[in-house]
Design a protein around this ligand. Structure first.
Ligand code: NAP
Ligand code: ZN
Length: 352
């Protein structure tokens, strides 16, 4: 067993602080990675503050972080995919049984025995898994992804969650040329949604509560921007969308967006506010509309997304911060004040 520097929270109300955590010795199928950058997902914040206590209660101390890129430092004897010195990435999952129907269909994210990168029972060391706010991690090679060499690493890290979570439903629902796609909320997920919808060739409309994000939205690939608190602006888009991706992290009126779907259109929710949302039946019944959800993506699709990003030079727009600024970053995330993902430079952990 090795000791690694990390940042953890001791309770739902405690700030994140420096600590050390155990990491297992690499077994024959494991890849040991020195973490270079880790993105800050709003899910980290929901988990640290135990906001999802009803669905996945947090066990403390928690070390969050599931947008990981780094360099391989060691591999087990059976590892064929990686060698020391390679770039590597890890997303929201670190293990699954590999045999169930979901795993066999490429949906490891729905395997009943899947292990999340943090706050999941740790099959090797007991206790719970610890995530990417750390100097290193040891992961089964099946869950380690390749990073295209042309991508800037700080901006590549957020692809591992914000990237796949927006790429996957847009591919599934056929966002592309000739389609009108909306993205609700211009945060970490939302800005990746805009980049992908634009890259797929759709006409992209951003819905934001923050009018000053307008110029950024256009630069990121949006064709139009709607300030969602302006009813007139919303009304102009009534019954016109093929697809809308809702990335909002807090309670909000979902019916306002269902009403913007054309006949048979689809609204996919990926944002995960803890409170239930009220859906008006008539908003769905009229025009045969669909309301669906989506959870990250499987391993193969995550690699497909990374390769797409390599080919099209897509990365997240990041504010790189030292780990010592993580508590401040969380407060800014709550104010929708990030352009557009925080990426932690893990070299900053060395001084702890
Ligand atoms: P984020 O960076 O904080 O972005 C959320 C955006 O939602 C904000 O930038 C803001 O955009 C908008 N927003 C925030 N509060 C709002 C309110 N009260 N009313 C209306 N809009 C509001 O968060 P993120 O990291 O992108 O994550 C978004 C959500 O997705 C979180 O709940 C997270 O847990 C969830 N998530 C789900 C999956 C999945 O697999 N389904 C994966 C990752 C994350 P504007 O300023 O533009 O309005
Ligand atoms: Zn995430």
């Amino acid at each position: 067993m090795n000791k690694a520097k990390a940042y953890s929270a001791a309770s739902a109300t405690a700030p994140m602080a420096s600590t050390t955590i155990p990491r297992r010795d690499a077994t024959e199928n494991d890849v040991q990675i020195e973490i270079l950058f880790c993105g800050i997902c709003h899910s980290d914040l929901h988990s640290v503050r135990n906001e999802w206590s009803e669905f996945m209660p947090t066990q403390y101390p928690i070390v969050p972080g599931h947008e990981i890129v780094g360099r391989v430092t060691k591999v087990g004897s059976a590892v064929t995919k990686f060698k020391p010195g390679d770039l590597a990435a890890v997303g929201c999952m670190v293990d699954s049984d590999g045999t169930c129907p979901e795993c066999r269909a490429g949906f490891e994210n729905f395997c009943p025995n899947m292990t999340l990168t943090f706050n999941s029972p740790d099959k090797h060391l007991g206790g719970v898994t610890y995530g990417g706010y750390s100097e290193s991690i040891v992961v089964d090679q099946r869950f380690v992804l390749r990073v295209p060499s042309n991508l800037k690493l700080a901006g590549a890290a957020p692809l591992l969650c914000a990237g796949i979570t927006t790429y996957s439903p847009m591919r599934r629902w056929g966002v592309g040329k000739g389609k009108k796609a909306g993205v609700v909320g211009l945060g970490g997920l939302g800005h990746m949604g805009v980049k992908f919808a634009h890259a797929f060739g759709a006409h992209v409309v951003v819905f934001t509560t923050t009018p000053k994000k307008k110029e950024d939205a256009l630069r990121l690939g949006a064709d139009e921007i709607v300030v969602s608190r302006n009813a007139d602006e919303m009304q102009k888009h009534a019954e016109s969308f093929d697809f809308i991706l809702d990335t909002v992290s807090a309670p909000h009126d979902i019916n306002a967006y269902l009403n913007l779907l054309r006949r048979g259109g689809n609204l996919t929710i990926v944002g995960a506010p803890p409170q239930p949302l009220a859906v008006a039946a008539f908003g769905l019944i009229i025009r045969n509309r669909n309301f669906s959800g989506s959870s990250i993506g499987g391993v193969a699709e995550t690699q497909e997304m990374l390769d797409f990003c390599g080919k099209h030079d897509v990365t997240a727009d990041v504010e790189v911060i030292p780990i010592q600024k993580v508590n401040e970053a969380y407060e800014r995330l709550l104010k929708s004040d990030v352009k557009y993902r925080f990426s932690i430079d893990m070299a900053s952990l060395k001084s702890e």
